[in-house]
Design a binder for this molecule. Sequence first.
Ligand code: AMP
Length: 345
Amino acid sequence: MEVIKEKKKMREWSRAQRKAGESVALVPTMGFLHAGHLSLITEAKQHSTKVVVSIYVNPTQFAPGEDLSTYPRDLEGDLHKLKSLDVDVVFNPYDLYAHNGPEETPDVAKEAGSKKRNLPERWSTAAEQEEKKSQVADLQDSLEENLKPNGGMAVANMHDENKGRHETWIRVERLEKPLCGHNRPIFFRGVVTVVAKLFNIVEPDVAVFGKKDYQQWRVLCRMAQDLDFAVEIIGCPLLREDDGLAMSSRNVRLSDTERQQALSISRSLKEIEALVKMGEVDANLLVKCIIEKITAAGGKVDYAKIVEQDTLREVDKIKVPVVAAVAAHFGSVRLIDNVELQPPS
Ligand code: AMP
């Protein structure tokens, strides 16, 4: 298994594979891998001869104040798991938002990341002006953070289009707005943009995502279609722990009590699934059930909605295939979960 950190090397590897007649699948992740992630790799192997797993905690999908700095990381453990699954390449870039600049190569990055402000030549003129000075300081801070394995703190200046190094964003205008998009307005902009970048770097034939992040999967399908990416997007079933909790890298941040409380999400979804099977089609009533159960357990519901599977538009009655989607906070941890539902026959 090869670990590649530079965009150029990654693209060269992928092109060489395709030239040799291989097909390439990409499984994008933010690391701290669990069985849910690993199921995507198993699926990827059904669709291609080579599998690339990317591990990159993408700073641009976290708003200031969200959990970028505390997002769990364990590169060594991840590599160990991926090796046992016979993955061909792990793409673990230093900084996906650097344009082949010094940030991308470890040596110069080490220099720029040192506490001494010995900036690379191309930044020195800019540093003479006050505004530019602050940009450079921001850049250095972000470099220092990104030198930590797989990124670190928020690359704050990326959130400010006037100061940031990166100013091109992809928005999936309608699908990104409901559900998670409501309270996380820059989340999908960050996700979609980074996945488009990964598509351009890895040039995969196939990309595999989990339906655990149901809206993300839909948004990415739409992006690939609208922008004519020649990548087949595959959605995989959500994997759960034995007690029903949806597997998530963030679960390790739950206390024992919070973890118990968090079971109310999957239990409420199971309950409404049974109700629908018994003929209940009133979406508002079902949503009320979910909210009551999670709130009673001590969770704070961000949203609970029943939406059409393809359009993500809210429904009053379940007449077409829908998904019941939930986000809720337990302590400082925000969890999401969902269940696909068919209209009762
Ligand atoms: P993340 O590392 O959280 O960004 O997730 C990387 C990929 O793994 C995404 O496509 C997720 O939807 C998928 N994934 C995460 N958790 C699960 C799960 N419990 N079951 C299936 N896929 C998952």
